[in-house]
Write a protein that binds this ligand. Sequence first.
Ligand code: ADP
Ligand code: MG
Length: 712
Amino acid sequence: MLDTSEPLETLNWVPRPRLLALRRLGIETVEDLLTHYPRRHEDRHQFPRFPREESDVPMCLCGEVTKTSIRRFGGWKKIFEATLQEPNADALSQPLVCRWFNLHYVQKMIATGQQMVVFGKPRLRGKRICMDHPEFEVIENDEEISIHLRRITPIYPATEGLSQRALRSMIYRLLQSVDCESVETLLPGELRTGERGEAIRAIHFPDDWDALNAARQHLVLTEFFAMQMLIGSRRVQSHARAGGAHCGRGDLLNEFVRRLPFELTAAQKKVIEEIRRDLAAPHPMNRLLQGDVGSGKTVVAIAAILLAVEAGYVVAFRAPTQILAEQHYGVLRRWLDPLGVRLSIRTAARRDESAPLPLFAETECLDRARVSRASRRDACAIQSEVDAAARHVFVGTHALLHEEVSFSNLGLVVIDEQHKFGVAQRARLTSREPAPDVLVMTATPIPRTLTMTVYGDLDVSTIDEMPRNRGKIITALREASKLAEVLTFLRTQLEAGRQLYVVYPLIEESDKLTAKAAAVEYERWRERLQPFSCELLHGQLPGLEKQEIMERFRCGQTQALISTTVIEVGVDVPNATVMLIENAERFGLAQLHQLRGRIGRGRHKSYCILLSSEPSADAGAKLDVLEKTSNGFAVAEADLQLRGSGDLLGTAQSGLPGLKIGDLRRDADLMRRARAAAMSILGDDPRLESAANQRFRRLIVEQENRTFANVS
Ligand code: ADP
Ligand code: MG
């Protein structure tokens, strides 16, 4: 009997060209092939009658090819048609016309007299029922027919040079030669239902749908459990690293809170306490701070910074981009300066202290002027108790990573993540010994399944409450053709004294062309909004000019700001209560939600109008979500459902092996169970020393290897 780790070369019945094709799918060993799971199944016991109407649900049909033809159009373009007749056709039967456009190889594979299984959506075209580009399989009536027909048949992710039929036969034969009993079941007792070997057999060739579902559940749980063991063991390791307590008494923090023009929300207080506890503990903190846009994460980050600084430690604050680094710098300066905390900025463009800020040159001067003498005196009183030299906060981009010298006393790293860093990059700043405490902030709420996976090695603090003074935002989706009506509405708002953002989906801020497009649009808007004053803001403008434009808008001199997505971050103008987003379908949900977070900041009711010129079903579904909910967590969950999670795992970014069968959208509940089981095992035996846990230890090593294979 075969060992599953054996390379496929050892099987003498697999032809060489197939080995190569399999390798293209990443399949090298027996195990790889056995875990090349079907992407769906077809019930080929019995086929439905041929449809006489169209259907949005794809159907699996079987029939005989009675005619084939090729039609040419537009010079070299070709349509190949195969007409199918259903078995036992009667007078009422309608033939089915399968069509392929410009697919040369298809016509070589199909001939009259053949039996075919096709899968696709039947559509009414004129008087004919057609299927365009169906998946298809020619049935050969040989001794292998029982593998392909009259059963629940697996359909695989295929590749060039390897047909469904060939792949299916190979896996069938492989299952015959492997002793499924010998395949180790890698689930702990509470998750275990049946044996892994049986599940693998049934995922390919199930006896019925129930058996298939049970098999799938077993395999998904196994995969999730392995992943959670990996994540859990990383947590154990990071907890065991040499760290230190980086928490001051809290005098600076109290002073900061006293100066805030508002009360902290209960959620902010709760989260600050969670962070304080971690900072005070000797093991390194690894915490994710999440909250909806506008929920006040920055205040919480400053609280953490002040606690660490007061204890005499240096703090690094890392932002994903230059613009954001400078923006954070501006905000931090306002709060830290009066408290006597030193602040420096380090970005790729500004490595030394005396150089000017390339983008927001003005920020410093403005904020310095705001600091009153009295507040400086207070701050000095506190300062004298602590070693002043150590109280230093560095804000920067990845250039921060190269600043080894000044970080000898690094106590806390705050990372503003925005989905832009991965675990691997995160590690670079934090892997030093002794380990600093780490606070990761995300600008968008993260769906639960992702906090259990991509961020699974972190403890999570959630700000689940908005400050009370937030106005309501009404969101509406409008077709671009209704612009005239929308304009009337905008004008009534401007007349009432409110201000307006108009946003364009120009994603490449560095692109000169798009800046030009924005300028053209700007001229149009100026006409439309006469006599109200407009200005144009985009990423290509020099920093000073940008700052001045923002300042004029902030103080109400300008009524409308025509802008690219540069306003997505950090802009806070309570009187701006209307936002119009052009070509809204081109933005991601999360980004639209971020943009919308710029309004609803004052006491007036706010309006967000999503203008879409492309009323496709997808775009509609997406924008509907925003129309119906203003809760960032709900938006994030919907975004995950609509977009899928494929790109989130199994990349160098996530630092996790990819999923072969589990689906973060469908299987959130299984993930929860797998996580609980893994946590409980690691809780009892963190180093997996007991004999019973040795198999799980191997599982972790295997997963680490798969991860590194991914990264390279
Ligand atoms: P986030 O980063 O979570 O989007 P910010 O920290 O930028 O949110 O806060 C958004 C705005 O709300 C800022 O102007 C901030 O000063 C203000 N803010 C923060 N916390 C509170 C609070 N508890 N009450 C009122 N306003 C607050
Ligand atoms: Mg913010």
